[in-house]
Design a protein around this ligand. Structure first.
Ligand SMILES: Cc1ncc(COP(=O)(O)O)c(C=O)c1O
Length: 508
C-alpha cells in the first residue's frame, strides 16, 4: 500500500545550482535527510524522475543516479506499478535531527561525558591557546631565517631520484636512516652514547612524553616534576591518576636535595640543560646527585632536552643521559625548536629494556611516524645542513636576545625585571609580587602580543608573577612595536578600577 503520492516534489527536497557539489550528490543528501528527519515517511511515493528533474531543473539522469544510490542503500524501494517509495522497514523510530548541508550547526542534544583528564586538557588549551607566529610568542623559531630553500631542494632531489621511497617505512621506531643520524648527532652534540635501536622517532617531544606516561605510569604512582615547570607534561601525568609532586627550582634547575626524603618515586621529569620555563642549568654535582638518587631508589629520570642547542654563554653541557651507564635516564629530544614545530618530529632515547614496551604502546596509537618528513630531516642532517642551521640560529637568537633585553631594560625596567637567558628561545621578565600577570598577559594578547603569564607554570602557590617573552622569532620592527604596546599596558594609571596591580582575572 502506498501511503501518500507526491505529485509535486516535497519542499524538503532541493538542490543548489550555485554549489560546486555534484547535483546528484546534493539530491541524494537532500532526499536522505528528508527521510531521516521524517519529512517524508516510509511508504510514501516519490514523484517520478521526470517530474523531479523538471521541478529541480536538472537532468533526468541526475535524478536516476541519486535514486539508484538510495535504492542500493535501502532508503528507497522500487515497487512494480507504484514507482519509487520510501522504504517501509527503515529502522528509524524518532525523527533524527539531521542538519541539512546549509543549516547552521547547532550544539548536539546528546551530551557525551568526557573524562576529568579531557576537562583538564581543555582548560590548559584555553590558557595556552594554539601557538602562533606573533610578537614575543615563546618557543618559536625564526621563520624569517629558516632554511626553507635548502629543504625544498633536498625534498625535490629525493622525490626525483625515487619518489616511492618517500612513502616507504612502517617501522614503529621510525626510519632507520633518521635514527642513525640522531645517534651520531646526540653523540657529537650531547655526549650521549647509544645505538639506533634505542632511538624511537615520535611526533614531537610531547608525544614522546605521552608514550612514556602510557607505558610506565599507573594511577597512584608518585611522580615528580619541576615547579614551575612544563604544564602539558604535568597535565599528562595528572591524567593518569598519578600523585604529582612539584619540586622547587632555583638557578641550577630542580632542587635535587629535596628528593632525598621521597620514597618510591616512579618517575622524575627534569629539564637540566635549560630549565623550562624560567631558565637555569643544572650543575655537575646536582646531576650526579640526581643519578645517584635514581640509582638508589629505582626512579626513572626523564630528561626533557628541547632547546639546549641554543646556548649562548658557554658551550652546551653534555646531557644527563651522557652520564648514565645504568639505564636510569630516558632522553626526550625534539625538532620543534631547532627546525619547526609543525614538522612534528621528536625522539626518545631509551634504556634497551623499554624499547619494546614503548613500541607496543605506540602501535596502539599512531602505529608509526609518517616517512616523508623523516626522510627530509634525515637528508637535512646527513648533508651537514642541520649543524650549520643550529650554528646560524644560535648566533641569530643570541643577537635577538641581546637586543630584546636591552630594549626591555631601557623602556620597561620600571615594571619588569628582565634577565638574559643563558640558553633557549625565551626570557622571563619578573613583575612586582602584587601584579596579576594573567591580567597583563591577557591585555597584551588582546593587542596581538603573545607574552605568557609565568604564574601559570607554577604548580604550588604562591606563584611568582612574570611574563615569558620569546626572543628567537622577533625582528626589530616587531620588537619596537611590542615594547611600545607593553609599555602602554604596564603604565596604565593605578586607579582602583583599571590598575593592573588590582585587577584579578576571575578564571583562567
Ligand atoms: C620543556 C618542553 N619539552 C617538550 C616540549 C614538546 O614540544 P613538541 O611536542 O612541540 O616537540 C615542550 C613544548 O613546548 C616543552 O616546553
Amino acid at each position: 500500500l502506498v501511503r501518500r503520492r507526491y505529485e509535486s516534489v516535497p519542499e524538503a527536497i532541493a538542490v543548489d545550482h550555485a554549489d560546486a557539489t555534484p547535483l546528484f550528490r546534493q539530491l541524494y543528501h537532500s532526499i536522505r535527510e528528508a527521510i531521516l528527519a521524517h519529512l517524508i515517511e516510509p511508504g510514501e511515493r516519490l514523484p517520478s524522475t521526470r517530474v523531479m528533474a523538471k521541478h529541480l531543473a536538472i537532468a533526468r539522469n541526475t535524478v536516476t543516479t541519486a535514486f539508484e544510490q538510495l535504492l542500493a542503500e535501502g532508503y528507497l524501494e522500487s515497487r512494480v506499478g507504484a514507482g519509487t517509495v520510501v522504504a517501509r522497514d527503515l529502522p528509524i523510530e524518532e525523527p533524527l535531527n539531521i542538519a541539512g548541508r546549509y543549516a547552521p550547526v547547532s550544539a548536539p542534544a546528546r551530551v557525551h561525558e568526557t573524562t576529568p583528564h579531557a576537562s583538564a586538557a581543555m582548560s590548559l588549551a584555553s590558557v595556552l591557546s594554539l601557538r602562533q607566529v606573533a610578537t614575543f610568542e615563546i618557543d618559536t623559531p625564526a621563520y624569517d631565517a629558516f632554511a626553507f630553500e635548502t629543504m625544498r631542494r633536498l625534498l625535490s632531489s629525493r622525490a626525483r631520484r625515487d619518489f616511492r621511497t618517500l612513502f616507504d617505512g612502517s617501522d614503529p621506531a621510525g626510519l632507520l636512516e633518521l635514527r642513525k643520524e640522531i645517534t651520531d648527532w646526540v653523540w657529537t652534540s650531547r655526549g650521549i652514547r647509544c645505538t639506533p635501536d634505542q632511538v624511537v622517532i615520535t611526533s614531537g617531544g610531547q608525544h614522546a612524553m605521552e608514550l612514556l606516561v602510557r607505558t610506565l605510569v599507573r594511577a597512584r604512582d608518585k611522580v615528580v616534576v619541576e615547579d614551575p615547570g612544563e604544564i602539558s607534561v604535568r597535565t599528562l601525568l595528572m591524567g593518569t591518576g598519578a600523585k604529582v609532586q612539584g619540586i622547587p627550582v632555583d638557578d641550577g634547575g630542580m632542587c635535587v636535595e629535596r628528593l632525598e626524603d621521597l620514597r618510591s618515586v616512579k618517575l622524575a621529569h627534569v629539564t637540566p640543560s635549560n630549565q623550562y620555563p624560567v631558565g637555569g642549568t643544572m650543575g655537575m654535582s646536582r646531576r650526579l646527585a640526581l643519578l645517584n638518587w635514581a640509582s638508589r631508589t629505582g626512579a626513572l629520570i626523564v630528561e626533557d632536552d628541547c632547546d639546549s642547542e641554543f646556548r649562548y654563554s658557554s658551550r652546551p653541557l653534555a646531557a644527563l643521559k651522557g652520564l648514565d651507564s645504568e639505564g636510569l635516564v630516558v632522553y626526550v629530544g625534539t625538532f620543534s625548536r631547532i627546525l619547526l614545530p609543525s614538522i612534528r618530529l621528536g625522539y626518545l632515547i631509551l634504556p634497551s629494556n623499554l624499547v619494546q614496551p614503548i613500541l607496543a604502546i605506540r602501535a596502539l596509537g599512531d602505529r608509526h611516524p609518517p616517512p616523508l618528513e623523516q626522510w627530509l630531516v634525515a637528508d637535512f642532517i646527513a648533508n651537514g645542513h642541520f649543524m650549520a642551521h643550529v650554528r646560524r640560529m644560535r648566533k641569530l637568537y643570541a643577537y635577538r636576545q641581546n637586543k630584546l633585553v636591552s630594549m626591555f631594560r631601557e623602556h620597561l625596567s620600571q615594571w619588569l625585571d628582565v634577565r638574559p637567558a643563558g640558553a633557549g628561545m625565551n626570557v622571563v621578565g619578573w613583575l612586582p609580587p602584587d601584579v596579576d600577570d594573567r591580567v597583563v598577559a591577557k591585555k597584551a594578547n588582546d593587542a596581538g602580543i603573545m607574552v605568557r603569564p609565568a604564574s601559570i607554570y607554577f604548580y604550588t602557590r604562591p606563584a611568582r608573577p612574570g611574563l615569558l617573552v620569546g626572543h628567537s622569532a622577533v625582528t626589530s620592527g616587531h620588537l619596537r612595536r611590542g615594547v611600545r604596546t607593553l609599555s602602554t599596558i604596564l603604565s596604565q594609571p593605578n586607579g582602583p578600577e583599571n590598575s593592573i596591580l588590582r585587577q584579578k582575572l576571575v578564571a583562567v
